[in-house]
Ligand binder design. Structure first.
Ligand SMILES: Cc1cc2nc3c(=O)[nH]c(=O)nc-3n(C[C@H](O)[C@H](O)[C@H](O)COP(=O)(O)O)c2cc1C
Ligand code: SF4
Length: 479
């Protein structure tokens, strides 16, 4: 692995030259415009709101709720910082389980009658913070991401307690799933859909403008999209594999009339990866007959076929859903495509490609889908690795209509004001730029709350910091 660090690419020419040398094609603007005509300040109307900029905050959970699913002071701090960003679109806040057994970790929030008041208060805190720093919050559009974590459920401890859509030959082996009873029955799915309905009703009561019916990152909604081997009404044909989504939409609209719906989609997927002898990622193994379980894949395990992702977007449009957030892959089995980073988290591997290639892939996938459905409002993901050059690429992709909103994930943890600073034409605060150390993932993988330990003084000073440094020493992969 001999990739250049982005921080070493000190001029635009160096950045462009390097991107070209590694085949990471993406548009880059030389200067960042400010004022009302700036591409990143172009307004977007959605319902009765006029969003005043093209930044979105991506959902970022913190593994910091209480064991029974309430937010903590750390959760509130994160939402407050979402408000500091100045972004007018808050995509989902963070993954919130619709019921206890669907949590991805024992600190994930659950939306239920006992927690809805505190979740509503966090939404209000975000809006108040936005209003205090960026003027009125009237035009902030804010959704809540609703989820069931499927094969990645860990509701009680660090132990997996999976529930799956289908038996997956590679992932079952990787995560020790042997019991047929873990496959959801059709009746159980119908019950779960009813639980999404109840959760959406509570989200509406809490004041959210929309709910994101999560279909990404290997969690249950996403898993249904590749359930080609599943029998019955939720598997097999494209129509059956999207029945879960269609029933969710129907149920949410019945239970919470007037509440808008968005969908975060892993639009493409690859085969699972594993560390090789040098801890660099390599495909786990690709069956001789090809790999058919990648939604948006071309059957090779490493290539793209847009046929079904485009059909999925057509379905969203038919269902009258305009809000779409595009991401790719999964943090559990191919994190390098989902979250390009130079340093892997403790359960990861060194990147098998320059992370800028991963950024360029997400940009290209999103652009292809935007070209297909210009009527949808599309948020892109995976830009944090651009670091110092994020504003230059953000402006270029928006100006060229390759995406409607530039979503910010890890960068929001370390430097939420990057959106406001870019819009105001201020130079970036280099010391606050996310350098993709992955500690925000390594910490929770080792039982600690997430957060930007290397760059956010608040986390640096926490007692967990020393424990994290200790844990990193004994890791197979270290930064
Ligand atoms: C610490 C952490 C928490 C995340 N939490 C969520 C989440 O709750 N829901 C979700 O859909 N994606 C989640 N993601 C994925 C991000 O939203 C985003 O897709 C990813 O980090 C790539 O974007 P970036 O390059 O801006 O970080 C999380 C990522 C990280 C690193
Ligand atoms: S810990 Fe901080 S610098 Fe590292 S990836 Fe997360 S947000 Fe970025």
């Amino acid at each position: 692995m001999n990739y250049k660090r982005v921080a070493q690419l000190r001029t635009l020419e160096q950045f462009l030259e390097y991107c070209q040398s590694i085949g990471a094609e993406m548009p880059v603007d030389e200067t960042i415009a400010t004022g009302p005509d700036a591409p990143l300040a172009q307004h977007v109307t959605y319902g009765n709101k006029t969003l005043s900029n093209r930044f979105a905050v991506l959902p970022m959970e913190g593994w910091d709720g209480t064991p029974d699913g309430h937010p903590s002071d750390l959760t509130r701090r994160r939402w407050e910082r979402f408000g500091l960003s100045g972004a007018d679109l808050i995509w989902g806040g963070e993954a919130v389980a619709v019921r206890h057994d669907g949590r991805a970790n024992a600190r994930q929030l659950i939306i239920k009658p006992e927690t809805v008041g505190e979740i509503a208060a966090m939404r209000q805190l975000l809006l108040d913070t936005h209003a205090a720093h960026h003027g009125s919050s009237e035009n902030v559009l804010i959704g809540l991401q609703l989820t069931h974590s499927g094969r990645f459920c860990r509701p009680n401890t660090h132990a997996l307690e999976p529930r799956i859509a289908y038996r997956h030959p590679l992932l079952d082996k990787k995560f020790n799933i042997t019991d047929e009873k873990l496959v959801f029955s059709d009746d159980e799915i119908d019950e779960l859909i009813a639980d999404f309905g109840k959760a959406a009703k509570l989200a509406q009561q809490a004041g959210f403008d929309f709910v994101d019916l999560k279909h990404c990152h290997g969690y249950l909604g996403h898993e249904f999209l590749s359930a080609i081997d599943r029998e019955g009404k939720y598997g097999g044909s494209f129509e059956n594999r999207t029945r879960f989504l269609r029933h969710l939409v129907e149920t949410v609209r019945r239970e919470a009339p007037g509440l808008d719906i968005g969908v975060r989609l892993s639009a493409i997927d690859f085969v699972p990866f594993k560390p090789d002898a040098d801890n660099t990622g390599e495909p786990d193994y690709i069956p001789r007959e090809g790999y058919k379980y990648a939604f948006g894949g071309d059957g090779t395990g490493l290539g793209i076929d847009f046929t079904e992702p485009k059909r999925f977007l057509d379905l969203l449009a038919e269902l009258n859903i305009r809000l779409t957030c595009i991401t790719v892959g999964s943090p559990y089995y191919n994190p390098h495509i989902q979250r390009p980073a130079i340093f892997p988290p403790s359960d990861g591997y060194f990147p098998p490609e320059d992370p800028l290639v991963g950024v360029a892939r997400q940009i290209a996938v999103t652009a292809e889908l935007k070209r297909h459905r210009p009527d949808l409002l599309i948020v892109g993901s995976g830009y944090s690795y651009l670091q110092d050059w994020l504003p230059n690429v953000a402006q270029a992709v928006v100006r060229q209509n390759m995406v409607d909103f530039v979503g910010l994930g890890r960068m929001i943890l370390t430097y939420p004001e990057i959106a406001a600073d870019t819009l105001a034409g201020k130079p970036l605060q280099r010391k606050r730029i996310c350098r993709t150390f992955s500690d925000c993932t390594t910490a929770p993988r080792n039982g600690m709350v997430s957060g930007c330990y290397p760059l956010d003084p608040f986390y640096k000073e926490k007692p967990e910091y020393d424990a994290l440094m200790e844990a990193k020493k004994s890791l197979k992969v270290t930064s």
